[in-house]
Design a protein around this ligand. Sequence first.
Ligand code: GLV
Ligand code: GLV
Length: 324
Amino acid sequence: MPKRVLITEPIPGKAEAYLKSAGFEVTVGTRKEFDEEQALKAALNEFDGAITMLSNPVNKTVLKENPQLKIVANYAVGYNNIDVEAARSLGIHIANTPDVLSEATADIALLLLLATSRKIREAEDQLRQGEFDGWHPLGFLGTELHGKTAGIVGMGRIGGAIARRLRGFSINVLYHNRNRVNESVEQQTEATYCAEIDDMLPMCDFLFLSSPLTPQTHHIINETRLHLLKSESIIINTGRGPLIDEEALASALISGKIAGAGLDVFEKEPEIHPSLLKAPNTVLLPHIGSATRETREAMGMMAAKAVATVLNEEDIRDLPNIVV
Ligand code: GLV
Ligand code: GLV
């Protein structure tokens, strides 16, 4: 009997065809079909492996009811939707899609910085409303990037790709990370380590968040830390929504405690905090960090290869994306 793989919703590229040509029976779900625990738990019974989305709750209950699973490959670099410890104890492998999305995600981080620092949203809105009445010395004064200082919280592959881009804009780069990164990464990115985040924040004109969401990084930017930032500072979040206390962020933006925010991720996706929608100089994107055709196709192949390798009982040691 061929082994069976569920891809919980359609993904671009050749992943499905690759798995089929490798002899697997592949079922592709529909969008949102498996975003509830009950539906996911029941459906997985039929499968040996799965490619899942961030919106699929691969929690302890779901895994415990499906001990026949050999692998769950998350179609994302982050896997905070998966109970990794439960998977480990059940002997189910978990994979993700690191590296292939770092450049695309770093592009979105820079897009958010450029958009907020030059007030793009307000400027374009005014033009579209027919209110552009000619060049104006006082119109939409933004802030220069050149010579400023940025802090990056989370110096993984995405943080490093953001740092390289910032150096291209002649921005000084500081970073805070759970562990100091190795010397070659520091040299390549020209980023300076700050052991204490609270020491770094007052120096930042721009603050980038690119860490994974863990109990340690939940609300790593809270009300107290927002008060350590300069009033001209701009926050960019391409990591996970709950890295920031969104309520506190919205208040800081509305009161002018900080100057802007560019967010690609939110605390309760797909809900957007109503105060954020009203906050000034705030650019909000619908979680599109990895959304390029090239990247999304590469993510699919990376997930599919992990699934095929595990289900074929081949050596997984050379795979770059096995979490457990
Ligand atoms: C998307 O947010 C991802 O983790 O890949
Ligand atoms: C993960 O790869 C990250 O850069 O946070």
